[in-house]
Write a protein that binds this ligand. Structure first.
Ligand SMILES: C[S@@+](CC[C@H](N)C(=O)[O-])C[C@H]1O[C@@H](n2cnc3c(N)ncnc32)[C@H](O)[C@@H]1O
Length: 458
């Protein structure tokens, strides 16, 4: 049952633990919604458990090697934070959408804080006391304003089981907001669809989007084969069609109205857009006349708030890859001509070009002899809100090379954030502040806003 045995094919293959039931003591929480336990020299990642519990764990996945995965199927000694799950679908073998339905809300936030702190310690070498703040005083249900339901073999809507393609049929999703968790679409079958997405806006308008698998593109003769098969075929390419609802969703944040394409990105928790905007503004403290780069800008949520703060004497340039979001940003920023979102993939090259552009806009607008004349090329503030993969070393290096006075990093994956904080520290920057929010109750996900400043001092 050890790794060496795995590497020596002449020996008998180690016996899989799949299906075995093992009584284990549950140790710390790990990133991904599971806890760590140990048995016979191996690590077991146990879902549906809590640190400090003694549980009967059934192994659900064993690919050999140093670890396997299990579900806690019987709780022998329960932790104080254990509660009765409010969702009937959240149990071992059930829906994989949530990870922490069995945990009190304060307990969930403590687990997420421990994960963020552990990632910062392990990947950035920083010991940081993390607190995860709630976004509201609700019960953790009814918040999710966009859900992409999976479609089962008979056309039934549901969500996938954990690490599985199996679709667990649902009549409702308790974490879904009204109109989404109890979506009308859940009362029908959808044969032929791959997924059906439902979203709701501030006015309660609901959109339904159908995602269908596109027929595979025939391979041209001469296409180079790849070892291990064509990776594009691993995840089917989907086409999207709006089935119902208005042509745009509408949201309001701090008195500003935002238009968002039905398939476009918007923060899913009803309080998230406002709280994240306030946090970004507080961290960046933008001043009139400053130049700001807003990376991964979406439909201009932060761009608009930053533009209001720098006023028409400053400028804000957003970069965003999705065409629909860029079009939405055009509408959302129409009254702030000193701000804009450009369609671009964020890279070292596009950051350098954007920085040069902001610098030259500054020079054009500076009055001869004015106070701003002669200011170094570059930007004053960079805000970034990347997808789960984070920014990465190359992008981060380009951001720091633009010599901003502050970088505000909005992160939905603490591991990617911690890795990128390490890159920034290696370049002579420091983590100055970190806020963490429970923007996804009942799941293991957590949103962080990190503030990076030049210099290694405290
Ligand atoms: C987490 S969202 C943030 C959007 C915005 N800050 C907000 O809060 O509404 C991330 C955005 O980055 C965009 N995106 C993802 N990868 C990108 C890339 N490589 N270059 C540019 N934009 C990207 C996505 O389309 C999405 O709009």
């Amino acid at each position: 049952m050890n790794q060496r045995a795995n590497q020596q094919p002449s020996r008998a293959a180690p016996q899989s633990w799949l299906g075995h039931r093992l009584e284990v003591f549950v140790e710390a929480i790990a990133h991904g919604g599971h806890c760590v336990a140990r048995h016979d020299g191996r690590v077991i990642f146990v879902r549906h458990a809590l640190p400090g519990e003694r549980v009967l764990a059934e192994v659900t996945e064993d690919r050999g090697g140093s670890f396997c995965r299990a579900d806690a199927v019987e709780i022998r000694t329960a932790a104080p934070d254990r509660v009765r799950r409010p969702c009937p679908y959240a149990h071992p073998g059930g829906c994989g959408g949530c990870d922490f339905q069995h945990v009190s809300l304060p307990g969930q936030r403590a687990l997420k804080a421990a994960v963020v702190a552990e990632q910062l310690s392990r990947l950035a070498g920083l010991e940081w006391a993390v607190t995860v703040q709630p976004l509201d005083d609700g019960n953790g249900l009814g918040w999710r304003r966009r859900v992409r339901f999976a479609v089962g073999p008979g056309g039934e809507l549901g969500l996938r089981a954990h690490r599985s393609h199996h679709v667990v049929p649902l009549s409702h999703c308790p974490i879904g907001a009204p109109g989404v968790g109890d979506a009308r679409a859940l009362r029908s079958d959808w044969p032929g669809l791959a997924e059906l997405e439902v979203a709701v806006d501030d006015r309660g308008e609901v959109v339904e989007l159908a995602h269908r698998e596109r027929p595979a593109r025939p391979r041209r003769t001469g296409d180079r084969g790849r070892r291990g098969g064509d990776r594009r075929s691993a995840r089917p390419v989907l086409s999207t069609e709006q089935l119902s609802g208005p042509p745009a969703l509408h949201y309001a944040v701090a008195g500003r109205r935002f238009t968002v394409h039905p398939a476009g990105f918007w923060q899913t928790h009803p309080r998230a857009a406002e709280v994240f905007t306030e946090t970004v503004l507080r961290a960046a403290a933008p001043r009139p006349g400053e130049r700001v780069l807003d990376l991964y800008a979406g439909s201009g949520l932060f761009t608009a708030a930053l533009a209001s703060a720098v006023t028409g004497t400053g400028s804000v340039l957003g970069l965003e890859a999705e065409a629909v979001a860029v079009t939405d940003a055009g509408h959302n920023l129409a009254d702030q001509p000193w701000a804009g979102v450009r369609r671009a993939t964020v890279s070292a090259e596009t950051i350098r070009a954007a920085t040069a552009e902001l610098g030259s806009a500054e020079q054009d607008s500076a009055e001869p002899g004015g106070a701003e004349r002669g200011r170094a090329a570059g930007v004053d503030i960079v805000v970034l809100d990347p997808p789960r993969s984070g920014a990465g070393r190359e992008v981060l290096t380009a951001i720091l090379a633009a010599a901003p006075r502050v970088v505000v990093y909005v992160a939905c994956d603490p591991a990617a954030l911690a890795r990128d904080v390490r890159f920034a520290m290696d370049a002579g920057w420091r983590l100055d502040d970190l806020s963490a929010f429970d923007a996804f109750p009942m799941t293991h996900h957590v949103e962080c806003v990190a503030v990076l400043r030049p210099g290694s001092g405290g």
